[in-house]
Design a protein around this ligand. Structure first.
Ligand code: URA
Ligand code: URA
Length: 315
């Protein structure tokens, strides 16, 4: 019997030829799997890895393991366990239905499901951080990652503590770092216009970022920073208990949904984050560079608003 790695490589290359691009192992695309087993470079550009998870899986060990029953086992043995799982606030559990079509199908196709019911998240009572203020205080003195040392101010997030509508961005920029408030720079001004289009002011909603301290020079967040900071985001979601979550941009979407799928694939679906409907849209800063994305963004937030209106009216 030939080397399982070689068998796997051939298998994956076949899959690629058939057009399969996406997940072969919870977190691993065909291209990444091929890279691990030493496959030929792709004909087309590989799907972009999430920001902040750029290191990729560890290099393969020599193929001395016994031939596995399952090619997924070969991948895991080659060090291809879903990478950076510690960098994620929560992981999509196995065995959870992939959609909730009976509810969501009326407005948009169901998408990724992370966690089962809201009780998994909202039922968990941590020993501390009993209020949004205590979360903000903990962030202000946080040294769990090095970003506190270069940042001027923590940016815990702000808004209506009883908000039904919660938005998650990436990380503070220069203006946010100066002021300690999320989305107050140029992107923030655009976000306010987007909110106005669905009849919200920023006081109606709650706005946070995945990272609470600014990465120097606005570089992409690193996996260990996300890992260190995620408990605050999870706790904020627990305390606010929104009826709708909106992930602004690739980074927030991929972090919350624990996926590497591109934003183009994640838009237009109703994902579930511990039971809470989650809509993905473009980051306002991306809209500033690509005005053509304004219309799809407008559609995304309209969808989010409809989901909220329906949730509130109990329909
Ligand atoms: N971009 C973000 O992701 N968050 C902010 O708070 C500002 C800009
Ligand atoms: N830089 C900032 O400081 N804020 C933004 O919203 C975008 C870029």
């Amino acid at each position: 019997m030939s080397d399982p790695r070689e068998q796997l490589r051939r298998y994956l290359e076949q899959r690629r030829e058939l057009g399969e691009r996406e997940l072969v192992l919870d977190q691993l695309s065909v291209e990444e799997a091929l890279r691990i087993v030493g496959g030929a470079p792709p004909a087309t550009r590989a799907e972009r890895a999430p920001q902040g998870a750029a290191e990729g899986p560890p290099a393969p060990k020599a193929a001395e393991e016994p031939p596995p029953n399952d090619w997924r086992e070969t991948l895991r043995a080659a060090g291809a366990a879903p990478a950076q799982s510690a960098a994620k606030p929560v992981r999509a559990s196995e065995g959870i239905p992939a959609s909730t079509p009976e509810v969501d199908g009326q407005l948009a196709p169901a998408g990724i499901v992370v966690g089962t019911t809201s009780r998994d998240l909202f039922g968990a009572r941590g020993p501390s951080l009993e209020s949004l203020e205590s979360v903000a205080k903990a962030i202000a003195t946080c040294t769990r990652c090095p970003l506190y040392a270069t940042a001027k101010n923590p940016v815990p997030g702000e808004g209506n503590p009883d908000a039904d509508f919660m938005l998650v961005g990436e990380a503070p920029g220069a203006t946010e770092d100066e002021t300690g408030r999320p989305f107050v720079g140029q992107a923030g001004q655009l976000l306010e216009k987007i909110l106005a289009a669905i009849k919200f002011t920023r006081e109606d909603v709650f706005i946070v970022n995945v990272l609470k301290h600014r990465p120097p020079g606005n570089r992409n967040p690193r996996p260990e920073e996300v890992s260190a900071c995620s408990p605050y985001l999870v706790r904020q979601i627990e305390l606010i208990r929104p009826k709708v979550l909106v992930a602004l941009g690739t980074f927030a979407a991929q972090t919350l949904l624990d996926t590497k799928l591109s934003i183009g694939k994640l838009r237009g679906q109703i994902h579930r984050y511990y039971g809470v409907p989650l809509i993905v849209t473009y980051h306002p800063a991306a809209l500033l560079r690509n005005p053509a994305w304004k219309r799809p963004t407008w559609e995304d937030v309209q969808l989010a608003r409809r989901i909220l209106d329906r949730a509130v009216s109990g329909a």
